[in-house]
Design a protein around this ligand. Sequence first.
Ligand SMILES: *Cc1c(COP(=O)(O)O)cnc(C)c1O
Length: 358
Amino acid sequence: MISARAHIAGMAPYALAQMDPPDGHPLISLAQNESLRPPSPAVRDATAAIDHAAYPDPDWTGLRNSIADLHGLDPATVLCGAGSLDLIGCLARAYAGPDRAVLAPAHAYPFFRSAAQMAEARFDTAPEDNTTVSVDALLASIRPDTGLVFLANPGNPTGTRISGSEIRILRDALPDNVLLVIDEAYGEFADAVDDRLFDLVSHGDTVVLRTFSKAYGLAGLRVGWGSFPPDIAAELRKIMNPNNVPTIAQVAAEAALLDQPYMRDTCALISVIRAKAARRLSAVGIETQESFANFLLLEFKTSDTAQSANMALQSQGIFLRAQSGAGLPHCLRMTIGPAEHVDRAVAALEHWAAEAPS
Ligand SMILES: *Cc1c(COP(=O)(O)O)cnc(C)c1O
């Protein structure tokens, strides 16, 4: 038998949601933070007549120009990936390794760990303040060989965020040779709250990532993007798959981006459903932190009660996401899906809470 290199053979596969509804129950998936509605109708029109025989534009010209226009960026700093996971993986491969460790907050997005493992890099974590990132703890956890810091803001699965000014403090205090990657997969949901961070990229040591998978409703097409300092962009292009974003995905993402009112409306709809769900859950003793994303992190008293709630939901075909992978075994993450699905999940939890003493 041919074995993979030791750091790959020793890795656990990335755990995606397991969703098998019991017989007689349709699947209600609130497990993957997909959008609660289809993308803008403009996407369908734009993608109607695409030549699938030709390779895609390797420079994503239309899409990156529209992204740059909307966000006030130089198009040369924008790179697109097959989802932002693609870009996270490339960043880890290029900037982390056996002699350059990766650091992230304790309850960070689990793919950061996978990306570090793929790059054969040590993965360190810094404690959080409950489930909110602590800049002080991150700085105290920097070691001489730390090469890359991943920070999702808002965080997944926590849903919490820190302010732009705190991130600026972090960047200023980090050594110059530490790359800071700010993953704003949920940035659109928080855009109204705070200032943008894209200007940090021009300092040469910071990357900001975004995706079309969440607020724009295009998870199935796999388009992410980021703003990169020119040197880093040049290095990444060497290791990126040269035709990484299919034509249909580039065209769809650009059409979705150009329909800002539709995306803003999606975010507004989500915040209404999210607030109502949080209130009802709190009334039955299931607490949530204020979320700046399209999901809620539900906190139970113990990991056993979280598991009991999860099983009660699954027996009705309702799938949330357990969070032991992010070090939060007493929590479940609930995507803010369509109102009727969230209602079903919340009603099932109310019923569970009434039956099961917490
Ligand atoms: C969903 C998510 C991603 C991945 O997004 P894709 O663009 O679909 O690959 C990246 N980071 C965080 C924090 C996410 O929650």
